[in-house]
Design a protein around this ligand. Sequence first.
Ligand code: SF4
Length: 280
Amino acid sequence: MPCYDKKLEASRLDNRMSSDNLTGSIPEVDCVITPIEVEKMFQLKHVNFNDLPSRSLNYLYEKFNMQANGNLELRSHSGSGAGGYAENIFRFIASEFYGKQLESCKGESPKLHWKAVRNNDYLELKLYENGSTDTNVGDKSMKSLLSFAILNGFRNVQNLVSRVKRKTCSYDYVEVSACPKGCLNGGAQIRDIPFNPSINKTKNVDASTIAFEQVEHLYENLSIEPNFGLEIPTSTLEQIHNDNRDLYESLRLNEPEILNQMRTEFKVVEKTFNILNSNW
Ligand code: SF4
């Protein structure tokens, strides 16, 4: 994973097969290894990633990655590199509640108009009555139906938390990432990537910016998984909803233990005073 936090996440009691009884319970994830650690393992064997030839990826789920011509390709979904939740939930609510179909896209028109608020790690997206997400289109006095935000990095998250506490945060949904620029720039991403003039914008920048620009470029150029967007016909969507509801209902009645494993809950962590959290 691109961050060390997944190690903490994997060690949570919720992520054991029997979360209320640590003795004898089984972790769902055996081990979390970050790219930096994989690189170090290779370095111990005197292997440098940059010297290795490229080759095709292995696919765990071939049927999801099969193109019409029978070739395999790695696919992504629309939205941010931190999972794309804000964008996909935005499209879904716009369609389900307001009947506004916003096509799935990535890096091409028509795209959703995310607006940088204070910096590129604080983005806002609104849906207007005319079905547009662009403030420059149509009447400026038009009311917004939906208001979403993406906030990356602790400085922005800290501002959000204080706005929530002051009850001045009016967003319908916020996608929050701890790392500045989100998961593509995770703290455990490999940094030692050579400058590439066809991708990197500026030469004299730090190693993490060079690596981030290349990871972002790779991510942006993946094809989008069509079935994750709203191109799914309504009848199929309804079928998926019904199947999911039936599955949940059957688990609730017959296998509540398994259902519990499919969910997690917010749990307040007791605050301990130290220099890192004293400002929160
Ligand atoms: S934002 Fe950073 S810490 Fe959070 S999941 Fe992504 S890589 Fe990990």
